[in-house]
Design a protein around this ligand. Sequence first.
Ligand code: GCU
Length: 684
Amino acid sequence: MKKISCLLGFLFCVQGLFATDGHQLWLRTGKTIPVKISCDRHSPVLDIAQAELLQRWSGKENATITLAIKKDKWIQGDGFRLHPNGVEANTELGILYGVFELLRRQQTGRLFDDEVSNPSYQLRILNHWDNLDGTIERGYAGLSIFWRKEDPFTVTSEDMKRWKEYAVANASIGINGAVLNNVNASPLMLSADYLTRVKAIADVLRPYGIKTYLSVKFSSPALLGGLPTSDPLDPAVRAWWKKKAEEIYQLIPDFGGFVVKANSEGQPGPQDYGRSHADGANLLADALQPHRGIVMWRAFVYNPSEKDRARQAYSEFVPLDGKFRNNVIIQVKNGPIDFQPREPFNPVFGAMKKTAVMPEFQITQEYLGQSVHLVFLSPMWEEILKSDTYQGGKGSTVARVTDGSINQQKNTAIAGVSNIGLDTNWCGHPFAQANWYAFGRLAWNNSLTSEQIVHEWITLTFYQDTIRETIASTEWNLNFLAPVKAMMLESNEAAVNYMMPVGLHHLFAADEHYGPGPWWAPKNVRSDWTPPYYHQADTAGLGFDRTTNGTNAVSQYHAPLASQWSNLSTCPEMYLLWFHHVPWTYSMRSGRTLWGELCYRYDHGVQQVKDFQKTWNQVQRYVDTATFMAVQNKLQLQTRNAQLWRDACLQYFQGYSRMPFPSDIEQPMENLQDIIRNDMKKRR
Ligand code: GCU
């Protein structure tokens, strides 16, 4: 007995050495090593930069670091120069970002001599889909950090502490904007009480360089202001928005601007009054312009009477190119449908030449296993950013057509739908923090590789001081960093495999967007909200024909993509069923039939997750117990979910292919009828 308790005590002690609840994110504070700072100015931003250096310095003891604001023609915007003795920048925020980069370099051991780093996008923004009652649309990490139902207007010290921690985390990765509320906005957002709370939030975020923005409901003049209309050309409506903007800027002089979801999924918009998206966006742009605010007008529009949802953003927005004010940016989801595990890039990126366009990514894993599945999203975003639109010839990647390299635009921006909530570890899944981190890093530098990002994140998060003292870096690199990195880099493709391989999309059950439901099509639901609309399975084959024989959505892409993708034999297989209705017996590049390939991919996805479980089990020694157990449990669930995805989709599609399961894959564990009967919700 004594022996056992000794052993337990020892284990507890070893584990306790680096116990963490995940709240510190990638910003671990280890032992403080003294450092001297030379900086000849004071300001809230510079004071924070210095405090961060003092708190987190892990370099040479008593080194002197100089923080200097000076004009340097190589530095742009809030960029900075790192050199052996410190940081130089044109702006105070540049100094702050440089300090965080310096600390990151120390912790990850990446050396530098003299290096300039400039942001790819001027505006690097998180979109919070937080409702004023504290719930979060598509949020899987607890309630909102900004809003709450009870006592909604009191600002507590707990609120302030959380907002400050949030601000530090964002500043450390260069995020400089936060949209505080859901795109499905309440008109109350613009009421005096709520604006007072926005001011309180903005005051906390400001010294960290984070501007606040709000989502607004287009019909606010009528709903909140009591006007008879919200018609964008009505003088009273224009006056209402102008006055509202003045009221906001009185409270928040550096307010960033508005995000608008209009004429989309039932939200009101200018089309309700026979006006265009440009009329609507310009109305708000004019109200914000005197204050230098911007409008991020979303292109996420689709309407049930059209025969292909994937075509619609392009059809509605491209004819309006050049009609928007220069403080409007069209905010475009990465793919033409909706944050699916894999989509080709949205053709709007390649089509707007005279209007600023910004990418919208989804950090919260609405369609990628929510807070249960381990899915590192950076490879997906990297794939999109590096996709060539051919807008101005070869090399016109999504990154370059949105960051100002190709088109002259006043503002450049990128947005990510946040995965942050009140959970202690902020994001639900410990590994979901990596997606917040990756978004910030890619927004700062859209040519970073996922490999570099994940290397940084794992090191910052898991290679803490306490571990450094007990485990040599060579051992840690080999036994922890390498396998965990490989697992993370593979995780997105694994999810594509077990959910929707070969270009399949939107096979989700009901509207919770978690489990499989390729059969789900109740009579009273819009067909473009049901999976059969997207997979089009029949006894002849599978997939959505978007070629000239079908909806011709492929024609929205420039040459050579349009012809490459519309030809079955040159279409990349990862987009095959996105663009083509393919016979079950079609011969794939692997030599398998389409049916065989589907079976192989679904099964391979399951095997990949099983391997993730093994990888994780093998690294137990390097992780604190709580994190280890949490991730282990989630991986078990993910494996069961992946199996279910495979069994459900393959058995359902087999009803059309009428072909047998190949003998070299695992046979379904559960019968389709049982799967359909058992609500997926109960399996989480
Ligand atoms: C998806 C998501 C909705 C969200 C919408 C949007 O459809 O399921 O919850 O409101 O995207 O981006 O506007």
